[in-house]
Design a protein around this ligand. Structure first.
Ligand code: 4AZ
Length: 255
């Protein structure tokens, strides 16, 4: 996530005379794990963070299909309750026992970019409810959404050590279609500013996009990060409510 707070930066330069750019300013704003306890990240078998996710039930984490495809449960772990990736004492690392990927998933820009990880043990953090079919009004253009993640803080930069958040408005579907010929209205929405500057980026994929205490989107794809006229594209979660309930509400024995 990237946000250029020109005023703040010039004020800093004027007052201190140094160019020590504070990553927390250039890269978006910090978000606390206490306020967003359902925000998690995924690590590979080497412990490297590669995607985000959301706790949607005590032992279920929603992420993007493109984050899960081709991975075996034993090579993915969920880190929950940890705002600072370097703070190994904070939160828990949870083992994954099963990976569900939407049956129709092919690639992120064709839609159905959702997956659910089943965890070995229940997490001691509050799950976030996801948007239902009846929540279509939450996708009105102009609605301000909050996207969260530990992804890159600039297009070619490094992923963030800390949980970050950015606010982006839902854009009209026509804008997304004009920008991206492959955009599928029913399955996706796009959000951001025509001028760019605020966006999700690599590593944020699979992570939450929220409004009104509900998960409305999953970070999915886009051309670069924070580019002018290249908004981020997100999974339209309300459209998948039925599919998700069948997986998330299932008892472990049913799967
Ligand atoms: C990615 O590669 C990715 N700017 C995530 C989000 C966006 C672009 C790429 C949106 O995971």
């Amino acid at each position: 996530m990237r946000r250029l707070l020109v005023l703040v930066l010039s004020a800093m330069l004027a007052s201190t005379g140094t160019a020590a750019a504070n990553e927390q300013v250039v890269g978006g704003e910090r978000a606390s794990i206490q306020a967003n306890p359902w925000a998690v990240y995924l690590v590979d078998d080497r412990g490297t963070q590669f995607c985000g996710g959301t706790i949607v039930a005590p032992s279920k984490v929603l992420t993007a299909a493109h984050c899960a495809l081709g991975r075996s449960p034993k090579d993915v772990q969920v880190v929950a309750g940890r705002e600072d990736k370097q703070d190994r004492r904070a939160g828990v690392t949870a083992a994954v026992t099963k990976i569900w990927i939407h049956q129709q998933y092919v690639s992120a820009d064709e839609g159905e970019d959702i997956a659910v990880l089943t965890l070995k043990d229940a997490l001691p953090y509050e799950p976030l409810p996801f948007a239902e079919l009846s929540d279509r009004a939450l996708y009105q253009p102009g609605t301000m959404l909050r996207a969260l993640g530990w992804g890159r803080t600039s297009e070619n930069g490094r992923t963030s050590r800390f949980l970050m958040q950015a606010s982006v408005p839902v854009l009209p579907d026509e804008f997304c279609v004009d920008t991206y010929p492959q955009f599928v209205q029913a399955d996706m929405f796009c959000a951001g500013y025509e001028g760019g500057k605020v966006d999700t980026c690599q590593g944020d994929s699979g992570g939450p996009v929220v409004v009104d205490g509900k998960l409305v989107g999953v970070t999915s794809w886009g051309e670069g990060c924070a580019r002018r006229n290249k908004p981020g594209v997100y999974v339209r979660i309300s459209r998948y409510a039925r599919d998700l309930h069948s997986v998330v509400d299932a008892s472990p024995l049913d799967l």
